[in-house]
Write a protein that binds this ligand. Structure first.
Ligand SMILES: O=C[C@H](O)[C@H](O)[C@H](O)COP(=O)(O)O
Length: 249
């Protein structure tokens, strides 16, 4: 008898969370103007953005998008959002994407859905990046969400050991899990993901440098100095955040 009741509560929470994501997406859409070249993110919040954008496109709004994953590409195609590639359009006006965590300086952890590499390439090729999320993603310090690190399959064990050594040198004692376990998750680029449970990141720049120094590491989910604005939807409305040191934007 408890099950249906619990399911209803869960459904209501999910619906509320989808509603918050939609509100954040709609707020970001206000910054999109006709003619823009857009980077289009991945994940459930980015999906709300694609749905809202598609409605505007149906009304005659003209944009061209570069998707950050095969999943986003498929949704855009299904909904009629025109797409191009980063090869054909290497400079974008704006990228709009979700995040797994963000702090007050708008430093992000991304990659919960495994799309971090294309997301970072696309965001970095854009003049601006806007993050959309529900307010629960805002944290005082990054790290509660396990940090995804994209690695090449060749030499996985050696790369994992090198990451463990680098983490130990930085003072972390953090479990490193291969996403998917015995059936490893494969990214759009053909790589695997190691999720590192850091709990609290003390120096994000040092961690970023140390990880990128390891040959088998392709990239990691820390986005530092990339996001310009965030729209965070919560029970009291949508908050617009800019990086703490940059509040005049
Ligand atoms: O790889 C996935 C992306 O970085 C997503 O943007 C991130 O995981 C947030 O996803 P969601 O909006 O579903 O919470």
């Amino acid at each position: 008898m408890r099950q249906p009741h619990l399911r209803r509560e869960g459904d209501e929470r999910d619906a509320m969370s989808e509603e918050l994501k939609r509100k954040a997406a709609e707020a970001a859409l206000e910054e999109v103007t006709s003619g823009m070249r857009l980077g289009i993110g991945t994940g459930s919040t980015a999906e709300q953005f694609v749905r809202a954008l598609a409605e505007k496109v149906r009304e005659g709004f003209s944009v061209i998008g570069v998707p950050t994953s095969e999943r986003t590409a498929a949704l855009c195609t299904e909904l009629g959002v025109p797409l191009t590639t980063l090869e054909a359009c290497p400079e974008l006006d704006l990228t709009i994407d979700g995040a797994d965590e963000l702090d007050l300086q708008l430093r992000l952890i991304k990659g919960g859905g495994g799309a971090l590499l294309r997301e970072k390439i696309v965001a970095t090729a854009s003049l601006r990046m806007i993050v959309i999320a529900d307010a629960s993603k805002k944290v005082a310090r990054l790290g509660a969400f396990p940090l995804p690190v994209e690695v090449v399959p060749f030499g996985l064990g050696a790369t994992r050991n090198a990451i463990a050594r680098a983490l130990a040198d930085l003072g972390y004692d953090a479990p490193i899990l291969l996403r998917g376990g015995d059936t490893p998750f494969v990214t759009d680029g053909g790589h695997h993901i190691l999720d590192i449970d850091l709990r609290e990141i003390t120096d994000a720049d040092a961690l970023s440098r140390a990880l990128l120094d390891i040959p088998g590491v392709v990239d990691h989910g820390l986005f530092l100095g990339i996001a310009d604005v965030a729209y965070l939807a919560g029970a009291n409305g949508v908050e617009r955040l800019v990086p703490a040191a940059d509040e005049e934007n």
